[in-house]
Write a protein that binds this ligand. Structure first.
Ligand code: AMP
Length: 480
């Protein structure tokens, strides 16, 4: 099967040809004909399977006839993170270059005015993260009753991040007669139930998640003490011929610490995680793509789905606590038949996570012996010594407890964590798209301000739902 057999227009086929692709991926082969027919689609596919082209290519043809009206987009693509939204926008620009379609990208961290100007002119395709889209809706800058094609991408991730109420609200503002494409990496009962709310008689298409890694990726693992991780990483970086590398950490906090440490030791590195400003993240990503930054220290969420070719190495500074993330991470190297290297730094306490990875990929990660372990151990004991002396670390140690450490490890809310409590508030988790102020007020009552310290009758922003403890008057120091 080739692209020409799928029923796409000559303009789209030409653009696909320019990208150098001649064979559709399985998800493209399965989804494109049904999308072109106007059917709703329920797709199980992960990033890396070519699913973005699976919906963008037919959408370009569907939108070719018709005209956009001011503030009334004709189609909407919802993405959980800014990076994914920007990547889908790149896909649209790329594949739509011979079609005259207008597009707007609504993501947080960029000025409203440019986005407003585009919306005013009228857009065929709107690509957005839920929070920023609702901000525009509430400001009356966008009307969703003209949307005829809706894509809900990475729906499981949206759920993990607590975005589903926003998605439901967005969908409620659209006409019921529309085409909806719903993609999720996994199709749990919960996902199906959700999809049932949005889709009508969908065609189901699925591609199995990747459980194997490219044969061109050399894998290895070293097991060290916790304090030896940083010196061990440096040793690995020195011994390898690293062109560019992703270095994955499980926690945002560790991304920052590791970046500081690498920079201190003279490495050319940048960081990517959900707490950094959008402009900073875009700039860092651009520099990494150009090779101006050699090492990108990142969290799974921020780096999810980011497509950078010719990355020579992936380092797992932490063993991922979700086995499938191991495949996602190491799939960043060894792309398109190129050689790649993936090294994991493990500690004894990671055995549970390693077992899950071995079960998923059907093999063990080969253990490496790292030369210079004596020096690494010495450096580690110096680090430990320094940390013991630091007042901050003493404070942290006295506060920490085993359950808390476990919670921090899985800072990013995931389906595997306690099911009944998804992300309590998206902006407290590793959410690349911070929520808008409206919800910050509603979901973070502790931030609400008293109108007057002595007047405990009214709390701004909470209406009648003021918890009792909020009404306890503050004691002035003189009264103590
Ligand atoms: P996605 O799963 O949409 O994030 O796509 C993953 C990668 O596959 C991107 O680099 C795409 O450009 C690439 N890709 C998409 N379609 C094809 C295709 N038919 N053949 C080869 N690569 C493709």
């Amino acid at each position: 099967m080739n692209f020409a057999d799928l029923g796409l227009s000559p303009e789209v086929l030409k653009a696909v040809g320019d990208s150098g692709y001649d064979t559709p991926t399985p998800i493209q082969e399965k989804a494109i004909p049904y999308v072109l027919m106007g059917r709703d689609v329920l797709g199980t596919a992960q990033t890396g399977t070519g699913k973005t082209a699976g919906f963008t290519l037919p959408m370009i043809d569907i939108l070719a006839s018709g005209q956009a009206k001011s503030r009334m987009p004709r189609s909407l693509i919802l993405e959980p993170t800014r990076e994914l939204a920007a990547q889908v926008a790149d896909n649209f620009e790329n594949y739509g270059k011979y079609s005259k379609l207008s597009m707007a990208l609504l993501i947080g961290g960029v000025s409203f005015s440019d986005q407003d100007a585009k919306l005013d002119k009228g857009v065929d395709v709107l690509i957005a993260t839920p929070g920023r889209l609702l901000d525009h809706v509430e400001r009356g800058k966008v009307l969703l009753n003209g949307v005829k094609t809706l894509v809900i991408d990475e729906a499981d991730r949206m759920m993990d991040m607590g975005f589903i109420p926003d998605v439901e609200r967005i969908v409620s503002l659209m006409p019921p007669l529309r085409q909806t494409l719903f993609f999720s990496a996994t199709m749990s009962k919960e996902m199906r139930k959700l999809a049932d709310k949005f889709l009508i008689n969908p065609k189901e298409v699925a591609v199995s998640p990747p459980t194997s890694m490219a044969a061109t990726v050399t894998q290895g693992m070293i097991t060290v003490q916790k304090a030896e991780k940083r010196p061990a990483l440096r040793q690995l970086l020195k011994r390898e011929e690293v062109k560019t590398a992703f270095i994955f950490c499980n926690r945002k906090k560790d991304v920052d610490i590791l970046l500081g440490s690498l920079e201190k030791h003279g490495f050319n590195a940048g960081a990517l995680h959900g707490d950094l400003s959008q402009s900073h993240r875009m700039e860092t990503l651009e520099k990494f793509k150009n090779g101006d930054i050699k090492l990108l220290v990142c969290s799974d969420v921020a780096a999810r789905g980011i497509d950078v070719s010719s990355v020579s190495h992936v380092f797992n500074y932490d063993v991922p606590s979700h086995a499938e993330d191991y495949i996602h991470r190491i799939g960043r190297t060894g792309r398109a038949g190129m050689e790649g290297h993936a090294y994991t730094i493990a500690t004894k306490s990671d055995s549970k996570y390693l077992e899950a990875i071995y079960k998923l990929v059907g093999m063990k990660i080969p253990e490496l012996t790292l030369e210079g372990m004596d020096k690494i151990a010495e450096e580690a004991s110096q680090i430990e010594e320094r940390e013991k002396k630091s007042p901050r670390s003493r404070q942290n140690r006295s506060r920490s407890s085993a359950p808390k450490r476990e919670a921090a490890r899985t800072e990013e809310p995931r389906a595997a964590r306690p099911k009944k409590k998804p992300a309590p508030t998206p902006d407290t988790s590793e959410t690349p798209e911070p929520q808008n102020n409206r919800r910050q007020t509603a979901q973070k009552p502790h931030r609400a301000r008293h109108t007057n310290d002595d007047d405990n009758s009214q709390v701004v922003g909470l209406g009648d739902n003021v918890p009792a403890f909020f009404k306890i008057p503050f004691r002035k120091s003189a009264e103590k």
